[in-house]
Design a protein around this ligand. Structure first.
Ligand code: HEM
Length: 143
């Protein structure tokens, strides 16, 4: 359990850093009107892969974490307590949604042939995903 938790907290840095780079790169490509090249493709794909890996680690962690036992107090108790709610509901649900958005951005950019449209899809969907992620990170617990 400790190993999975450590992996999840370390990998979170990788996810956030790669996504920030992917978003900044997509906006810069958009505004400079350049061609969507192999470097842009690799960076966006890297963002997709690292966030999917975090999703898998998070799903495993969810069920093995001692915090999962909080569910034994019942749905009402979990929803009333802001710490329980953050770890058991808000953090997982928001982050799954964020990764769905990132995946949508990736697959929508692939269907476009126009460079600008590719950059827009990545920029908007990845940025929205990133915002959702940072909105529900348990900051006070994160080393
Ligand atoms: C890209 C998405 C995600 C990021 C960036 C992220 C980040 C984090 C961070 C920084 C922590 C605090 C770690 C610590 O206390 O050192 C954490 C805890 C946790 N995360 Fe995630 N997470 C993500 C996705 C998920 C998902 C999808 C799930 C579950 C389905 C999940 C389940 C958990 C659980 C259960 C904890 C608390 C574990 C414990 O303290 O025992 N996470 N996450």
């Amino acid at each position: 359990m400790n190993a999975v938790l450590s992996l999840h907290s370390i990998w979170a840095y990788v996810v956030l850093i790669v996504l920030v780079f992917a978003v900044v790169n997509a906006f810069s490509g958009l505004f400079s009107k350049r061609v969507f090249g192999i470097r842009d493709l690799r960076l966006s794909l890297f963002g997709l892969i690292v966030s999917h890996i975090q999703l898998v680690i998070g799903l495993i962690l969810y069920f093995i974490s001692p915090k999962f036992q909080w569910w034994s107090e019942g749905m009402g108790a979990v929803m009333k307590n802001s710490t329980y709610r953050l770890y058991l509901v808000e953090h997982p649900v928001t982050n799954i949604l964020a990764i769905v958005l990132i995946t949508m951005g990736w697959s929508m950019h692939k269907r476009q042939v126009n460079n600008n449209k590719k950059f827009v899809r990545i920029a908007l969907f990845y940025a929205l995903g990133l915002l959702l992620l940072v909105s529900r990170i348990p900051w006070e617990a994160w080393p």
